[in-house]
Structure formats: C-alpha cells, structure tokens
Design a protein around this ligand. Structure first.
Ligand SMILES: C[S@@+](CC[C@H](N)C(=O)[O-])C[C@H]1O[C@@H](n2cnc3c(N)ncnc32)[C@H](O)[C@@H]1O
Length: 218
C-alpha cells in the first residue's frame, strides 16, 4: 500500500532524538506562523472539536488550546520521542488528548462528520512523499470525511521554490509544483476559502522561507 518508507516513523524518531529540533517553541518565525494561522481561524470559527495532525512536541497545540479553551483537541503524532515531550509540555493543559500514531493508519478510527476544525501544518508533504497520487487523494478525501459540514481544514506549509528539475534527487518535498498539486486536490474535495503567502526570515536556520496558509471549508 505505502509507496516508500522515507519520512515514516523511524525518520521522525531520529529527527526528535533531541529536544525541539525545529525550534518550534523558541523560534520567532515559528511562533509568528502559528499566531497568523490562529488569527485566521478565529475570524471564521470557534471550534468545539479540533484535530491536529503532526503535533510534534505540542508547540502549536499549546497555542491552539489557549486560543480555544472550550475546545476538545485531539493531537496525533507519529514520533514517540516527540509525543513523550508533548505530554510534558502540555501537562497543565486539560483539553488536549495526545495520540501516538501514524495518521494514515489511524484516521479511520475517528467518526465521520466529527471535527469542526482540522489543523494540519508542515506535514502533508511528508505523508504525500510516502504515498502514490491515488493514495494521497484517497487520504485527503478521508480527512474531509472527518469534518462536519462547514468544518474547516487549516494548513500552513513551507513552499520551496522550484529548482527547475522535477526529476532531480535533490527535489524538496515541499517544492512549489508539488504543493500546488496538493492544493488542487484539496480544492476538488472541499471549497478553498483562503490562501495567503508570506516570506519570513528564520534566524535559527539563517535563511528566509516562503510559506502559505490555506483554509478549506467542507
Ligand atoms: C515539521 S513538523 C510540524 C509540526 C507542527 N505541525 C508545526 O507546524 O509546528 C511535522 C510533524 O509531523 C509529524 N508527522 C509526519 N508524518 C506523520 C504521520 N504520518 N502521522 C502523524 N504525524 C506525522 C512529524 O513527526 C512531525 O512532528
């Protein structure tokens, strides 16, 4: 079923051998991204049930829990190293349930028409890399099924400029044409209601990144 194992569990266990490898808690760039995303959500919905896909150590989850204290948040993460730290980081927060699982296998366990909001940031390109085009399309349809009618899917993703060679082994997972395909597939399944682009400097990596925030309505 799965096309390749790159970016599967073992990959992320290694990435999260050390605490906060992407500086999610401390980077101004990351924190600013989360706040922009939450601001855009708040303008549209006050969710009661939220699913977060790929929560890492809970940096975004924490801000979501603070922004929506009455919501029940379910956060799924493939790496047990990351989820172990998320448990500690979110220790005092009562409205979050953490699940250590691969969302591709786990998604079917959630009831259909259930969540008001799904937050799925900086993660689709890892999952897309493991699946064939048909499989990712089926998976995206499954994600939409889990949203209630008018529910929102909100995503923030890095967009890497196209290097002009799609067949190059150095092609980035989040290269612009690939990301545009994901956007197109999601727009076919749901209604695309927001797309904004940003470019910010990430001090910790000493470079600027382009990223986009997408919102889809079921
Ligand atoms: C780049 S991080 C983004 C973390 C967080 N969403 C954010 O924006 O700060 C990607 C996260 O997705 C997780 N992930 C990747 N594939 C996954 C899968 N199939 N199921 C669940 N989590 C996954 C990784 O372990 C990692 O923690």
């Amino acid at each position: 079923m799965v096309k390749n194992k790159r970016c599967a569990k073992e990959y992320f266990e290694k990435e999260f051998e050390h605490e906060d490898p992407f500086h999610f808690f401390t980077s101004g760039y990351e924190q600013c991204k989360y706040k922009k995303e939450i601001g855009l959500i708040k303008n549209r919905v006050i969710p009661k049930r939220i699913l977060e896909i790929g929560c890492a150590e809970g940096a975004h989850t924490k801000l979501l829990a603070e922004a929506f204290p009455k919501a029940q948040i379910t956060a799924v993460e493939i790496s047990s190293n990351a989820i172990g730290r998320a448990e500690k980081n979110l220790d005092e927060i009562k409205n979050v349930k953490l699940i250590n699982a691969d969302i591709v296998d786990y998604i079917e366990n959630f009831p259909n028409n259930f969540f008001d909001l799904i937050v799925w940031s900086e993660c689709i390109y890892y999952i897309g890399d493991r699946l064939t085009t048909c499989q990712i399309f089926e998976f995206l349809k499954m994600i939409a099924k889990k949203l209630r009618s008018n529910g929102l899917l909100c995503m923030t993703n890095m967009i890497t400029p196209y290097n002009g060679d799609m067949l190059s082994t150095k092609t980035s997972l989040s290269e612009k044409p690939v990301m545009e395909c994901y956007h197109l597939m999601l727009s076919y399944i749901m209604k695309a209601i927001h797309k904004s682009s940003y470019s910010d400097y990430k001090k910790e990596e000493k470079k600027s990144h382009e990223y986009q925030i997408w919102i889809f309505k079921k």
